[in-house]
Design a protein around this ligand. Structure first.
Ligand SMILES: CC(C)(COP(=O)(O)OP(=O)(O)OC[C@H]1O[C@@H](n2cnc3c(N)ncnc32)[C@H](O)[C@@H]1OP(=O)(O)O)[C@@H](O)C(=O)NCCC(=O)NCCS
Length: 152
């Protein structure tokens, strides 16, 4: 029996109650996760848009974006490994585009490691294009790609 498509969670603003869940998400998603101090700084920074996708199972994804004047920087987006491949990352990035536009940004920038094929596919699917390459930017020697998405 098929259970049908999994409904995509609608991201919402993060609150202090999400702190521990976001720290756990970082540990599950990154080789070099942001620790509690960094997550707390994101949640407390006035120029940040911090969003979570949460359902009955808890927080499954999060994003953090800085907005300064007309430029937004997507600093972090991550989805719990067991919840990937269902459109949640796409929903989080779409939500960033909406939120950044509402905050006055006209473009969103981000950096992604060239070998990160999942993230690059997500950004291509949400309209980002490469504008610059930082050679051997990461500790392991990978290039960073700087991507831009113009907002309407
Ligand atoms: C990148 C990440 C957020 C994607 O989350 P996700 O919920 O699996 O993404 P989605 O299911 O919404 O997929 C988005 C698009 O990317 C594509 N995609 C996702 N994972 C992919 C993979 N492993 N290989 C190829 N394409 C992939 C999907 O096909 C989809 O394309 P479509 O919209 O045209 O169908 C997730 O893999 C992750 O958390 N990675 C670790 C953290 C990270 O690297 N973050 C980005 C750098 S800060």
């Amino acid at each position: 029996m098929s259970l049908g498509p999994v409904p995509v969670l609608r991201p919402r603003a993060a609150t202090g109650h999400d702190f521990a869940a976001v720290v756990a998400l970082e540990q599950a998603c990154f080789d070099e996760p942001w620790g509690p101090d960094s997550v707390a700084a994101e949640l407390g920074a006035p120029d940040r848009i911090v969003r979570v996708a949460a359902g009955a199972g808890g927080v499954l994804g999060w994003s953090s974006t800085s907005v300064v004047a007309e430029t937004a920087d997507l600093l972090r987006v991550a989805v719990e490994p067991s919840a990937r491949g269902r459109g949640l990352g796409h929903a989080l990035v779409d939500d960033v585009l909406r939120s950044a536009g509402a905050a006055g940004a006209t473009r969103v920038l981000l950096e992604v490691a060239e070998p990160n094929t999942a993230a690059r596919a997500l950004y291509a699917a949400t309209g980002f294009r490469e504008i610059h390459r930082r050679r051997r930017y990461y500790a392991g020697g990978a290039d960073a790609l700087v991507l831009e998405r113009l907002l309407p």
